[in-house]
Design a protein around this ligand. Structure first.
Ligand code: BTN
Length: 267
Protein backbone atom coordinates (compact mmCIF):
# COMPACT_ATOMS: atom_id res chain seq x y z
CA UNK A 1 0.00 0.00 0.00
CA UNK A 2 1.40 3.41 -1.00
CA UNK A 3 2.10 6.09 1.59
CA UNK A 4 -0.17 8.42 -0.40
CA UNK A 5 -3.37 6.42 0.05
CA UNK A 6 -4.06 7.91 3.49
CA UNK A 7 -3.39 11.47 2.31
CA UNK A 8 -6.12 11.81 -0.29
CA UNK A 9 -8.48 14.76 0.37
CA UNK A 10 -12.20 14.53 -0.24
CA UNK A 11 -13.76 16.79 -2.86
CA UNK A 12 -15.43 19.96 -1.65
CA UNK A 13 -17.50 22.35 -3.75
CA UNK A 14 -16.35 25.58 -2.00
CA UNK A 15 -12.68 24.64 -2.14
CA UNK A 16 -12.96 23.83 -5.84
CA UNK A 17 -14.65 27.17 -6.51
CA UNK A 18 -11.91 29.14 -4.75
CA UNK A 19 -9.50 27.83 -7.40
CA UNK A 20 -11.74 28.80 -10.30
CA UNK A 21 -11.19 32.04 -12.25
CA UNK A 22 -13.93 34.58 -13.01
CA UNK A 23 -14.50 33.43 -16.58
CA UNK A 24 -15.00 29.82 -15.55
CA UNK A 25 -17.17 30.78 -12.59
CA UNK A 26 -19.39 32.82 -14.93
CA UNK A 27 -19.87 29.73 -17.12
CA UNK A 28 -20.35 27.28 -14.27
CA UNK A 29 -23.90 26.01 -13.80
CA UNK A 30 -23.56 24.10 -10.56
CA UNK A 31 -21.12 21.64 -9.03
CA UNK A 32 -22.66 18.51 -7.59
CA UNK A 33 -20.51 16.08 -5.64
CA UNK A 34 -21.79 12.59 -4.90
CA UNK A 35 -20.29 10.29 -2.33
CA UNK A 36 -21.35 7.37 -4.48
CA UNK A 37 -23.23 7.14 -7.77
CA UNK A 38 -23.57 4.61 -10.56
CA UNK A 39 -21.99 6.87 -13.18
CA UNK A 40 -21.59 10.65 -13.28
CA UNK A 41 -22.13 10.47 -17.05
CA UNK A 42 -25.38 8.56 -16.62
CA UNK A 43 -26.57 11.12 -14.05
CA UNK A 44 -25.99 14.10 -16.33
CA UNK A 45 -27.43 12.28 -19.35
CA UNK A 46 -30.65 11.80 -17.38
CA UNK A 47 -30.67 15.50 -16.44
CA UNK A 48 -29.48 16.83 -19.80
CA UNK A 49 -32.88 18.24 -20.77
CA UNK A 50 -33.25 20.27 -17.60
CA UNK A 51 -29.69 21.30 -16.81
CA UNK A 52 -27.85 24.03 -18.66
CA UNK A 53 -24.35 24.08 -20.12
CA UNK A 54 -21.71 24.16 -17.42
CA UNK A 55 -23.41 21.79 -14.98
CA UNK A 56 -20.69 19.70 -13.36
CA UNK A 57 -20.87 16.47 -11.44
CA UNK A 58 -18.10 14.75 -9.46
CA UNK A 59 -18.27 11.52 -7.51
CA UNK A 60 -16.01 10.00 -4.90
CA UNK A 61 -16.98 6.56 -6.15
CA UNK A 62 -18.81 5.13 -9.16
CA UNK A 63 -20.47 1.76 -8.85
CA UNK A 64 -21.05 1.42 -12.58
CA UNK A 65 -18.42 3.72 -14.11
CA UNK A 66 -18.38 3.56 -17.86
CA UNK A 67 -15.41 3.52 -20.22
CA UNK A 68 -15.18 3.60 -23.99
CA UNK A 69 -16.18 0.64 -26.14
CA UNK A 70 -18.69 -0.55 -23.53
CA UNK A 71 -15.99 -1.26 -20.95
CA UNK A 72 -16.34 -0.50 -17.29
CA UNK A 73 -14.24 2.23 -15.63
CA UNK A 74 -13.04 0.98 -12.27
CA UNK A 75 -13.87 3.78 -9.84
CA UNK A 76 -12.70 3.08 -6.28
CA UNK A 77 -13.72 5.45 -3.49
CA UNK A 78 -11.98 8.72 -2.58
CA UNK A 79 -8.98 8.27 -4.81
CA UNK A 80 -9.27 9.47 -8.39
CA UNK A 81 -11.24 12.18 -10.19
CA UNK A 82 -14.50 11.12 -11.79
CA UNK A 83 -16.03 14.17 -13.39
CA UNK A 84 -18.75 14.89 -15.95
CA UNK A 85 -19.59 18.24 -17.52
CA UNK A 86 -22.75 18.93 -19.49
CA UNK A 87 -22.57 21.25 -22.49
CA UNK A 88 -25.24 22.03 -25.09
CA UNK A 89 -23.66 22.40 -28.53
CA UNK A 90 -26.09 24.23 -30.73
CA UNK A 91 -23.95 24.67 -33.85
CA UNK A 92 -20.71 22.77 -33.62
CA UNK A 93 -20.39 19.16 -34.72
CA UNK A 94 -18.67 17.40 -31.81
CA UNK A 95 -17.07 14.52 -33.73
CA UNK A 96 -13.58 15.40 -32.54
CA UNK A 97 -14.40 17.25 -29.31
CA UNK A 98 -12.78 14.52 -27.21
CA UNK A 99 -9.38 15.29 -28.78
CA UNK A 100 -9.68 18.91 -27.66
CA UNK A 101 -10.78 17.80 -24.18
CA UNK A 102 -7.68 15.60 -23.86
CA UNK A 103 -5.53 18.67 -24.48
CA UNK A 104 -7.49 20.72 -21.94
CA UNK A 105 -6.76 18.04 -19.33
CA UNK A 106 -3.06 18.23 -20.19
CA UNK A 107 -3.20 22.04 -19.77
CA UNK A 108 -4.78 21.61 -16.33
CA UNK A 109 -2.18 19.06 -15.28
CA UNK A 110 0.62 21.38 -16.43
CA UNK A 111 -0.86 24.25 -14.42
CA UNK A 112 -1.03 21.91 -11.45
CA UNK A 113 2.73 21.48 -11.74
CA UNK A 114 3.02 18.24 -13.65
CA UNK A 115 6.02 19.15 -15.75
CA UNK A 116 6.87 15.70 -17.09
CA UNK A 117 5.99 14.95 -20.69
CA UNK A 118 2.41 13.80 -21.24
CA UNK A 119 1.08 12.50 -24.55
CA UNK A 120 -2.30 12.19 -26.19
CA UNK A 121 -3.21 8.85 -27.74
CA UNK A 122 -5.82 9.21 -30.45
CA UNK A 123 -8.63 9.71 -30.03
CA UNK A 124 -8.50 10.82 -26.42
CA UNK A 125 -6.33 9.01 -23.89
CA UNK A 126 -3.77 10.86 -21.84
CA UNK A 127 -0.60 8.88 -21.50
CA UNK A 128 2.54 9.05 -19.43
CA UNK A 129 5.45 6.82 -20.38
CA UNK A 130 3.14 4.58 -22.39
CA UNK A 131 0.61 4.11 -19.58
CA UNK A 132 -2.86 5.60 -19.35
CA UNK A 133 -3.28 8.50 -16.93
CA UNK A 134 -6.75 9.67 -17.95
CA UNK A 135 -9.63 8.71 -20.22
CA UNK A 136 -12.60 10.53 -21.70
CA UNK A 137 -16.07 9.31 -22.57
CA UNK A 138 -18.45 11.59 -24.47
CA UNK A 139 -22.13 10.70 -24.50
CA UNK A 140 -24.92 12.60 -26.23
CA UNK A 141 -28.55 13.27 -25.54
CA UNK A 142 -30.18 15.75 -27.93
CA UNK A 143 -28.07 18.92 -28.01
CA UNK A 144 -26.48 17.94 -24.70
CA UNK A 145 -23.06 16.37 -24.65
CA UNK A 146 -21.84 14.84 -21.42
CA UNK A 147 -18.08 15.04 -21.19
CA UNK A 148 -16.92 12.35 -18.79
CA UNK A 149 -13.37 12.41 -17.47
CA UNK A 150 -11.64 9.77 -15.40
CA UNK A 151 -8.28 11.00 -14.10
CA UNK A 152 -6.09 8.62 -12.14
CA UNK A 153 -4.83 10.27 -8.97
CA UNK A 154 -4.12 7.25 -6.83
CA UNK A 155 -4.86 3.74 -8.07
CA UNK A 156 -4.86 1.11 -5.35
CA UNK A 157 -2.50 -1.79 -6.12
CA UNK A 158 -5.46 -4.13 -6.67
CA UNK A 159 -6.89 -1.84 -9.37
CA UNK A 160 -3.50 -1.37 -11.05
CA UNK A 161 -3.12 -5.14 -11.19
CA UNK A 162 -6.61 -5.48 -12.68
CA UNK A 163 -5.55 -3.01 -15.38
CA UNK A 164 -2.56 -5.25 -16.15
CA UNK A 165 0.07 -2.58 -15.62
CA UNK A 166 -1.35 -0.39 -18.41
CA UNK A 167 -2.40 2.47 -16.13
CA UNK A 168 -0.51 5.00 -14.09
CA UNK A 169 -1.53 7.68 -11.60
CA UNK A 170 -0.47 11.16 -10.60
CA UNK A 171 0.75 10.24 -7.09
CA UNK A 172 3.11 7.72 -8.64
CA UNK A 173 4.36 10.16 -11.28
CA UNK A 174 4.81 13.16 -8.98
CA UNK A 175 5.88 11.15 -5.92
CA UNK A 176 3.71 13.24 -3.64
CA UNK A 177 0.11 13.40 -2.44
CA UNK A 178 -2.21 15.19 -4.87
CA UNK A 179 -4.44 18.13 -3.92
CA UNK A 180 -7.59 16.86 -5.58
CA UNK A 181 -9.70 19.99 -5.01
CA UNK A 182 -7.02 22.24 -6.45
CA UNK A 183 -6.63 19.99 -9.48
CA UNK A 184 -10.42 19.73 -9.93
CA UNK A 185 -10.64 23.55 -9.92
CA UNK A 186 -7.84 23.86 -12.47
CA UNK A 187 -9.53 21.23 -14.62
CA UNK A 188 -12.82 23.17 -14.59
CA UNK A 189 -10.93 26.37 -15.45
CA UNK A 190 -9.54 24.77 -18.60
CA UNK A 191 -12.79 23.07 -19.60
CA UNK A 192 -15.05 26.07 -19.07
CA UNK A 193 -12.62 28.42 -20.81
CA UNK A 194 -11.71 26.22 -23.75
CA UNK A 195 -14.95 24.36 -24.55
CA UNK A 196 -16.44 27.65 -25.88
CA UNK A 197 -13.33 28.03 -28.09
CA UNK A 198 -14.02 24.61 -29.55
CA UNK A 199 -17.68 25.49 -29.88
CA UNK A 200 -16.71 28.52 -31.95
CA UNK A 201 -13.95 27.13 -34.14
CA UNK A 202 -13.82 23.35 -33.79
CA UNK A 203 -10.58 21.42 -33.66
CA UNK A 204 -8.49 23.94 -35.62
CA UNK A 205 -7.35 25.90 -32.60
CA UNK A 206 -6.13 22.68 -30.96
CA UNK A 207 -4.35 20.93 -33.83
CA UNK A 208 -0.89 22.35 -33.29
CA UNK A 209 -0.95 21.32 -29.66
CA UNK A 210 -2.15 17.86 -30.70
CA UNK A 211 0.82 17.42 -33.04
CA UNK A 212 3.13 18.45 -30.21
CA UNK A 213 1.76 15.80 -27.83
CA UNK A 214 0.96 13.04 -30.34
CA UNK A 215 1.74 9.63 -28.79
CA UNK A 216 1.12 7.55 -31.90
CA UNK A 217 3.10 9.48 -34.49
CA UNK A 218 5.33 7.14 -36.54
CA UNK A 219 4.27 4.14 -34.47
CA UNK A 220 3.17 0.90 -36.06
CA UNK A 221 -0.40 0.25 -34.96
CA UNK A 222 -3.40 -1.91 -35.59
CA UNK A 223 -6.76 -0.16 -35.83
CA UNK A 224 -9.69 -2.27 -34.76
CA UNK A 225 -12.62 -0.79 -36.62
CA UNK A 226 -15.85 -2.78 -36.53
CA UNK A 227 -14.83 -6.25 -37.63
CA UNK A 228 -11.84 -5.00 -39.62
CA UNK A 229 -8.25 -4.82 -38.36
CA UNK A 230 -5.82 -2.69 -40.31
CA UNK A 231 -2.12 -2.41 -39.55
CA UNK A 232 0.03 0.50 -40.65
CA UNK A 233 2.20 3.41 -39.54
CA UNK A 234 0.61 6.51 -38.02
CA UNK A 235 1.29 9.73 -39.92
CA UNK A 236 -0.62 12.08 -37.63
CA UNK A 237 -4.15 13.47 -37.69
CA UNK A 238 -5.87 15.75 -40.20
CA UNK A 239 -8.02 18.87 -39.65
CA UNK A 240 -11.09 16.68 -39.19
CA UNK A 241 -9.38 14.75 -36.42
CA UNK A 242 -9.05 11.59 -38.48
CA UNK A 243 -6.11 9.34 -37.64
CA UNK A 244 -3.92 9.04 -40.73
CA UNK A 245 -2.39 5.61 -41.20
CA UNK A 246 -0.04 4.55 -43.95
CA UNK A 247 -1.16 1.12 -45.06
CA UNK A 248 0.27 -0.54 -48.17
CA UNK A 249 1.37 2.75 -49.80
CA UNK A 250 -1.96 4.40 -49.12
CA UNK A 251 -2.90 6.89 -46.39
CA UNK A 252 -6.19 5.91 -44.77
CA UNK A 253 -8.11 8.32 -42.50
CA UNK A 254 -9.94 6.76 -39.56
CA UNK A 255 -12.82 8.54 -37.83
CA UNK A 256 -13.15 5.97 -35.07
CA UNK A 257 -11.69 2.72 -33.91
CA UNK A 258 -9.48 1.36 -31.21
CA UNK A 259 -5.74 1.54 -31.64
CA UNK A 260 -3.16 -0.90 -30.35
CA UNK A 261 0.49 -0.13 -30.71
CA UNK A 262 2.51 -2.93 -32.35
CA UNK A 263 5.98 -1.51 -32.03
CA UNK A 264 7.95 1.69 -32.27
CA UNK A 265 9.68 2.22 -35.58
CA UNK A 266 13.38 2.90 -35.22
CA UNK A 267 14.30 6.38 -36.41
C1 BTN B 1 -12.12 5.55 -21.29
O1 BTN B 1 -12.52 4.38 -21.46
O2 BTN B 1 -10.96 5.85 -21.53
C2 BTN B 1 -13.08 6.61 -20.83
C3 BTN B 1 -13.24 6.60 -19.35
C4 BTN B 1 -14.17 7.68 -18.84
C5 BTN B 1 -14.45 7.53 -17.36
C6 BTN B 1 -15.23 8.69 -16.82
S1 BTN B 1 -15.25 8.72 -15.06
C7 BTN B 1 -16.45 9.98 -15.08
C8 BTN B 1 -17.42 9.64 -16.19
N1 BTN B 1 -18.46 8.76 -15.72
C9 BTN B 1 -18.41 7.56 -16.29
O3 BTN B 1 -19.18 6.62 -16.05
N2 BTN B 1 -17.39 7.52 -17.15
C10 BTN B 1 -16.69 8.77 -17.22
Amino acid sequence: MSIYSSQIELLNEQTIQTVMDDTSLSRLGKIEIFESIDSTNQYLLEKSKVYKSGHVCFAEEQTDGRGRHGRCWLSPKGTNIYCSVLWHFLKQDVANLSMAIALMIIDALKKYGMNKEMKVKWPNDIMFEGKKLAGILLEKSGTGVVIGIGLNIFLPDKVKAALEGNATDLCEIMSEPVKRNYLAGLLLNELLTQIPLYEKGGLNAFLEKWHHHDFLIEKKVTIHNGNKNITGVVKGVNESGELLVLHEDEIIGFRCGEVSVREKLSS
